[in-house]
Design a protein around this ligand. Structure first.
Ligand code: CP
Length: 324
């Protein structure tokens, strides 16, 4: 791993408008704050040769990953982001921890914080747990996914990927397709994209799309084929069987017939459509291998952008004035 020399590294100016100490959701961020995060992530991406090189701006600080749910992308990229910035990391998993002995979520977080950490990154199945920690802890808290509620860094990395390909989010038609009801990625994208001026279409089976979205003024569709020719971007969401209490459609086969992005549907899409998925993908359910691995897919670019976005979030929160 090469490292940039702090003496010769061009400084990144801290945006004085940035005041937040926590990153809890995208719903409460302004368009200006989202743009600062995306601009900062783009700078880190350029400065670090696509997040391969270190910029030791936060040496001596420590980032704790508190994950009470499984993760591949988010956990590892938060860890890499902290290390690229020169910080240390603490990796906590609920399995094998003292949670099994009855320790509460807050006591566990306070225990890790007492080891001298500057950021707690938390993933939990209960919505609102990062917000709870932001009131209980003295350090910065970042939401890495709270149940079906929000996943702000996922929304940001999705927007960064779109911006890299299209220059701007404004005026684009972006469809979120699939299990909207259980998807924190959907919610982060809906708030973030609409704040930056995209036309957001929420598409899925009626059993997985709340009528509240129509009441809130969003376009809702129940057939992918009806909206596909208008879309600049498709973000294909996994069916989250683990969060469902009742089966929302007769079978996976029937779901795929209506909503899976496949080679036949690609013929009806715009020539320059971007195919995205937050991952993990279920090949053959929401996306077929020929599309997931095809020329329109930016799924692995999303993964790489996750490091840049998380570097930006850690750096901005570390520099923010303690006003919230
Ligand atoms: N997209 C996402 O959150 O992936 P992981 O569950 O692997 O972190």
């Amino acid at each position: 791993m090469s490292s940039l020399n702090p003496e010769t590294t061009p400084p990144i100016d801290f945006p004085q408008q940035w005041k937040r100490r926590h990153l809890l959701d995208l719903e409460s961020l302004s368009a200006e704050e989202i743009t600062i995060l995306l601009d900062t992530a783009q700078k880190f991406k350029s400065l670090t040769n696509n997040c391969k090189t270190k910029v030791p701006l936060l040496t001596g600080k420590t980032c704790a990953n508190l994950f009470f749910e499984n993760s591949t992308r988010t956990r590892n990229s938060f860890s890499l982001a902290a290390k690229r910035l020169g910080a240390d990391t603490v990796e906590f998993s609920s399995s094998g921890s003292s949670v099994a002995k009855g320790e509460t979520f807050v006591d566990t977080a306070k225990t890790i914080e007492a080891m001298g950490v500057d950021w707690v990154v938390t993933r939990h199945s209960t919505p609102g747990t990062p917000h709870l920690l932001s009131r209980e802890l003295g350090c910065s808290v970042l939401n890495a996914g709270d149940g079906p509620h929000d996943h702000p860094t996922q929304g940001l990395l999705d927007m960064l990927t779109i911006r890299q390909h299209r220059g701007s989010i404004e005026g684009l038609t972006v469809a979120l397709v699939g299990d909207i009801a259980h998807s924190r990625t959907a919610r982060s994208n809906i708030w973030g994209l609409s704040k930056l001026g995209a036309h957001v279409i929420i598409c899925g089976p009626p059993t997985l799309v709340s009528p509240r979205w129509t009441e809130l003024g969003f376009e809702v569709a129940h057939h992918l084929d009806d909206i596909l020719p208008r879309c600049d971007v498709l973000n294909l969401l996994r069916i989250q069987f683990e969060r469902q209490k009742a089966r929302p459609f007769p079978s996976v086969h029937e779901y795929a017939a209506l909503y899976a992005m496949n080679g036949e549907r690609m013929k009806k899409a715009k020539e320059d459509i971007l195919i995205m998925a937050p991952g993990p993908i279920n090949r053959g359910v929401e996306i077929t291998p020929e599309v997931a691995d095809g020329p329109h897919s930016v799924i692995l670019e999303q993964v790489n952008n996750g490091i840049a976005v998380r570097m930006a979030a850690l750096w901005l929160l570390a520099g923010a004035q303690p006003s919230n």
